[in-house]
Ligand binder design. Structure first.
Ligand SMILES: [Zn+2]
Ligand SMILES: [Zn+2]
Length: 253
């Protein structure tokens, strides 16, 4: 299994960066986890929308879904004069189809948008994409958000989505090979973890330690004032095998 980081910033991308998006490839299957601003452009460094077998949107905060519109446009128009691609499986919170389509001005546009996807709800707790197994667990966040486990070929990747400290996240991540975990907050803001539903580097490291994962990769950095070294150092005090996600890099799971 391979994980390529397409975007790691929130709530807006810096120059040349992107909001959350991660391409997972396993057994010839490609799954996009989240689709924030700038993700489609970065996807094009190694693949196209037509190469995807499924998309997972962990929740409906804009930094995690706004590039779903250009992705849909590529599927509709990217191979003209050929017809649009077949509907793409989209795992998302219940009601996501109506929510995502609501900003489009005409009923016809809304129908066109939703017809491009086959919707599955994260609340079902699990799914499969051509033999690759997905599991979802509700995290601690101001709106419903699910962490995602991807399992194939005896390997497991777990992506936290957005979350404060969360027992369900600990259980989903237990023993996984690679734990991609948000670490949005600076250490001085640890008291905000519960109310905002985010983690510090220390908390991400402690989650990895409790879950006894093999490797920790930190992501979802707060763009306006981020000190990646501070977060990495704080996480490393809790869990030694940790790195900061790099956009464009691929990681073996
Ligand atoms: Zn969020
Ligand atoms: Zn976020």
């Amino acid at each position: 299994m391979k994980l390529t980081v397409l975007g790691k910033w929130s709530p807006y991308p810096p120059a040349g960066g992107a909001c959350p998006g991660y391409l997972v490839e396993a057994d010839g299957v490609r799954i996009l986890l989240d689709c924030g601003s700038g993700v489609v452009a970065n996807l094009h460094r190694s693949a196209t929308a037509f190469d995807l077998d499924a998309v997972v949107l962990t929740h409906l905060h804009p930094d995690h879904f706004t590039d779903i519109y250009p992705l849909r446009n590529e599927l509709a128009f990217g191979r003209l004069p050929n017809p649009p691609a077949a509907p793409l499986p989209l795992f998302a919170p219940a009601g996501a189809g109506g929510y995502l389509a609501a900003c489009l001005p005409k009923a016809e546009s809304r129908q066109e948008f939703t017809s491009g996807f086959t919707f599955y709800t994260l609340e079902d707790g699990a799914g499969t994409v051509r033999g690759v197994r997905l599991r979802f667990a509700l995290t601690v966040h101001p709106m419903p958000c699910h962490a995602v486990q991807v399992a194939a070929g005896g390997r497991r990747l777990v992506y936290s989505g957005d979350s404060g400290p969360c027992e369900a996240l600990d259980r989903l991540a237990a023993g996984c090979d690679l734990f991609l975990c948000e670490s949005t907050l600076m250490e001085a803001d640890a008291h905000l973890a519960g109310p905002l539903g985010h983690l510090t580097g220390t908390m991400a490291g402690a989650t990895a330690r409790r879950a006894d994962v093999k490797r920790l990769l930190l992501t979802h950095f707060f763009t306006p004032r981020y000190a990646l070294q501070e977060t990495h150092g704080a996480a490393a005090k809790e869990f030694a095998n940790v790195a900061v996600a790099e956009e464009g890099l691929a990681y073996e799971v």
